[in-house]
Design a protein around this ligand. Sequence first.
Ligand code: HSE
Length: 447
Amino acid sequence: MFKFQVISRIYEERVSVVKEYKVGIIGFGTVGAGVAENLLLNHDCIAKRTGVRPVLHKIADLDIKTDRGIAIPEGVLTTDAQQVIDECDIVVELVGGTTIAKKFILTALNAGKSVVTANKALLALHGEELFAAAEKNNVNIYYEASVAGGIPIIKALREGLVSNRIERIYGIMNGTCNYILTRMEREGADFAPVLADAQKLGYAEANPSLDIDGFDTAHKTAILASLAYGKWFGLDSVYVEGIRDLELADIACADELGYRIKLLGIIKCDNGAVQMRVHPTLIPGKSLLAGINDVFNGVQVEGDTVGQTLFYGRGAGRKATASAVVADISDVALNMANNCTRRLPGFVPGEQFTAQLSIDDITSRYYLRLQVKDCAGVIASITQILASRSINISSLIQHEHRAEDGSVSLVVLTHPAKEKEIRSALAEIAVLSVNNSPVRLIRIEDF
Ligand code: HSE
C-alpha cells in the first residue's frame, strides 16, 4: 500500500511538470484518424508514464469534411499542410506515396521539426536522403509503423537487441497475404475471391499488387535489413516473388509433407554476406511462425547473443498502426524534453555487412512440383539431371491421381543446394518431353 502511494505521488508530480509538445498530422485517412483518436484518448496516460504530453494541435487533409467518427476539437482541422509544419513541434506524415509525402517530410526536417512516418515505400526508396536531412538539422525521423504495424520491431532492433549481431530475420509482414494463404489452406478457397474479401475488409493496399506481388514485404525487409546491418538497402537489393501464382495443389502438397506456405521476408547474414529475399516459403508446420495466421504478422529475429526471438501482433489496421505511430511521437517528445535528439541516430553505418549475395548465389532447400507424363523412366531422367549437379533429394512423392491430360504430379524436396544449380537443372528438365508444364519451385526454410 505504502509503495503504491509513493508511486502515485511520483506520477502526480510528473503530471504537474509535464512538458507539452504540439503534434500535427498530415493525412487524415484511416491511420491518421486512428492516431488522432489515440492522442485524444491516451495523452494523459502517456504524460503520466513519460513526463511528456503529445497534444493534438493540427490535422491537415484535402478532405476535412468527411466524418471519421471522432470528435476533433475546433480549429484543429486544416487543408494547409504547411500550417501543420509551421505550428507544430512534431510532424506526422501519413499521406503515403513517394512524391508529396517526401516533400512534406523534407520541408519539416529542414524547418527543424522532427518527423514520424509510417511510409515504408518512401523510406525504402529515399531513406538515405531523409536520414541525412534529419541528421543535418539535428532532428529525429521515427518510423515504427512502417514495418509490421503495431509490433514494436524497429524499437526492438534498435534498442532491445542492440547488443546482438543479427544473424537471421524471418518476417510474415503482409497481413493481406497471410490472410489469403490462411484461408486458401483452411477452406481450400481460390486466390481471387479471398483477395476480394481482403480488399473489402480494408487489409490490402490501395494497389493490391503491392501486397500480393511481395513489394510491401520487400519494402519492410529492406528497412529491417538496413537497421540490422547499417547500410541503407533500397528495394532493388531485395529479391521479390509474390503469392499470385501459388496454387492450391502446392498448399495441399506442403501440408502432406508437414509444411505450411507463408510469404516471408528473409534476411540472413553469414560471414558478412547479407541476403535479402521475399518469396513464398515452405516452413515446418510445427514452427511458431507457421502458427501465425489470418491478418496477423510475426517477425522472428535471431541474434548471436539472444538466440531466437519472436514478435507477434497486428501488422495493419487503424488502431494497431496508431499504437506504433503514437509510441514514436512519445519517443520523439521524450528526446526533445531531454534535449537529446541524437539519443539514437536514425541510421548508423555498421560493421557486420561486407557483401550482398544475389539470389543465384544463395543456398536453400527446394520444393519442386512437376506435372509429368506417367510412363517408364520419367523419374529416372529427372533424378539423373538433379544427380548430375549433386542435388540431393530428401523426399519424392508421385501421386497416382491422373489429371485430365493423363499427367501425374511429382513432388521433390531437396537437401540444401545452390540456387544456380537448381535453375540450371530446371532448365534442362523443362526441355524433356516428359515434362507437361512449368515446374513449380518454392524455397524451404527449416528453423
Ligand atoms: N497492406 C499491408 C498489409 C498493410 O496487408 O499488411 C500495412 O503495410
